[in-house]
Design a binder for this molecule. Sequence first.
Ligand SMILES: NC(=O)c1ccc[n+]([C@@H]2O[C@H](COP(=O)([O-])OP(=O)(O)OC[C@H]3O[C@@H](n4cnc5c(N)ncnc54)[C@H](O)[C@@H]3O)[C@@H](O)[C@H]2O)c1
Length: 318
Amino acid sequence: MKVEDGSTLSRTDCRAKGGAPGFKVAIVGAAGRIGQPLAMLMKMNPLVSVLHLYDVVNAPGVTLTLVTWTPVAVVCGFLGQPQLESALTGIDLVIIPTVVPRKPGMTRDDLFNINAGIAVVNLIGNPVNSTVPIAAEVFKKAGTYDPKRLLGVTMLDVVRANTFVVSTSRTSLFDVPVVGGHAGVTILPLLSQVKPPCSFTKEETEYLTNRIQNGGTEVVEAKAGAGSATLSMAYAAVKFADACLRGLRGDAGVVECAFVASEVTELPFFATKVRLGRGGAEEIYQLGPLNEYERVGLEKAKTELAASIQKGVSFIKK
Ligand SMILES: NC(=O)c1ccc[n+]([C@@H]2O[C@H](COP(=O)([O-])OP(=O)(O)OC[C@H]3O[C@@H](n4cnc5c(N)ncnc54)[C@H](O)[C@@H]3O)[C@@H](O)[C@H]2O)c1
């Protein structure tokens, strides 16, 4: 089944009615707890003209809830693996808020093996430290791997870091780089590099680092088994997707943190600030000067990250 404002769209004619040029975005896992609010927010993004919602369940229903109001993108729903290719054909940006599939009859490759060489991929599904290496191996196998176009989404850590830093200081807006990975000690906020510059006591640094590293666990425990930080993740995913689209449009100076193939450390993947452009993560920034607390944190992060990356690679090579 396919739903597009109540009718059927042909694969080759998927641009928004009215001809406003915009990007085509697909959400894989669109019926999920993150997928649904993410779909709503992406529909409202003025850079998006066509939004494809794919899931193995309930994609038509979710699509119908989004086609009954106008702004901005045309929304099409796609259900189940036979429609995956149509869902991803001609897409500029694919956002994946789901886990590596383990449904009967599906292979791990399903999420990644179509159109991979063309679209920029924003991977949200956890564990990001392992799913990005898994996706890279799948793309390599398919001969479509472009390391610049595969981005693990760590934006929620940055959003949390900015919020928590604001709560301990008098300024209302901060830019806090968060590097490493996206789990526990691999999440390394660089408080010494906060902009505008701000100094923290040892206690504040420890409190903030700990709170940022455990922000996800805090929500999971508060929800007591009913999911993770779904709404804040949807917000962070849209913020990151919007940055990717501005980069694809050719805007200058679009810089965000992401978990990408990297040579910044000895590890094959690492999160740092990256410059987003027409080709995806076009420039990967170095870590910059770290203080002693951050240097110790970096070593811990690298040890855990190395194991998670290896786990991902072994998982897919099994
Ligand atoms: N990167 C981050 O900061 C961050 C933050 C929070 C959650 N997450 C992760 O995001 C993922 C999604 O979380 P959620 O709460 O929305 O989960 P969810 O279970 O509510 O939704 C997942 C959706 O994916 C769909 N799905 C499963 N297999 C699929 C397949 N093969 N193809 C297409 N769709 C498929 C499911 O039907 C479901 O609708 C989880 O892995 C979660 O841990 C990441």
